[in-house]
Design a protein around this ligand. Sequence first.
Ligand SMILES: *Cc1c(COP(=O)(O)O)cnc(C)c1O
Length: 368
Amino acid sequence: MDIPLLDLKTQYHNIKSEIDKAIESVLDSGQFILGPQVKRLEESIAAYIKASYAIGVGNGTDALVIALRACGIGPGHEVITAPFTFFASAESVSAVGAKPVFVDIDPKTFNIDAAKIEKAITSKTRAIIAVHLFGQTADMESIMDIAKKHDLLVIEDACQAMGAEYMGKKAGSLGHVACFSFFPTKNLGTYGDGGIIVTSDAQIEQKARMLRAHGSTKKYYHEMIGYNSRLDELHAAILNVKLKYLDQWNEKRRRNAAIYDKLLKECGVVTPYVAPYAKHIYHQYVIQVERRDELAATLKAKGIASAVYYPLPLHLQKAYKDLGYREGDMPYAEAACKKVLALPMYPELEPEQIEYVAEAIKDFVSER
Ligand SMILES: *Cc1c(COP(=O)(O)O)cnc(C)c1O
């Protein structure tokens, strides 16, 4: 058996006629930037998340950069985030001229440990970027309480969490503003780059809308220095098709995770922990295991793909050497980097394939 980490081709073939028709209709319309497809997607996503506004942008990283700018964050400010995430969660902070400040993760959820946030707050702190890693929301009630107490803004990095929930509320409706990515491998992805900002704050919405189009609302009149970062009509049309399937795809991810959980129980690997407040959508199914690299090699030899998200925490990245962090500063993030392994996870994954993966893992564990 050959089992990829995810299977975008099968997904496309399952909805090919609808996707092809949507692409064709955009080509026929001759309108490619900020047209009816983007407007429709923005309205649908806002309604789906139960937020007031959504603003389509070029990618998830730009969504974070523009959200930070729309929140008034820039040079001289500090923004708290987790060190165990994709680089963009912190890179966006640096890109607007502010300083990322890392707070270690909860080793069970992989998300920022809310109990450690207050110690990292200084007079320069303006915001917290709460990353919902692997499809499970951060501990948002605790984070919002801290933010309220210290007058901070909360930006959700929900790039891996479209459809995930916290106490019955959708990721993206929990903080002051949220950012999503439509990168092809995300659980709602397009066939290229794309992203969206979601908020219920009218001021943030207006500013973000301006910033994505060169700081202007009226063509050739510019109120601020902005960006050229818009979601294309083609991508919006593709996403308008895919959004209809999102809930059923997420349910299939959850079904697949439950099968993994059951089969991997009692074979010595740590399966994903689900917090009582969370509805996890398993953007990634991540186990923790000793001799992780050996396991990955063994799986590969049996035709099973796996991946390490992430091998190096952000506070130890070369790009951040000037921040002065050292090994040992974020022990849980560092430990996670050594033990995590993402297994094949996508809606189209078949139970027999999961059994094959679980069997291979069991063999590896029992052989040592
Ligand atoms: C993918 C991702 C991003 C960036 O999204 P792009 O669309 O690739 O720019 C940011 N944060 C997290 C947690 C992500 O997974």
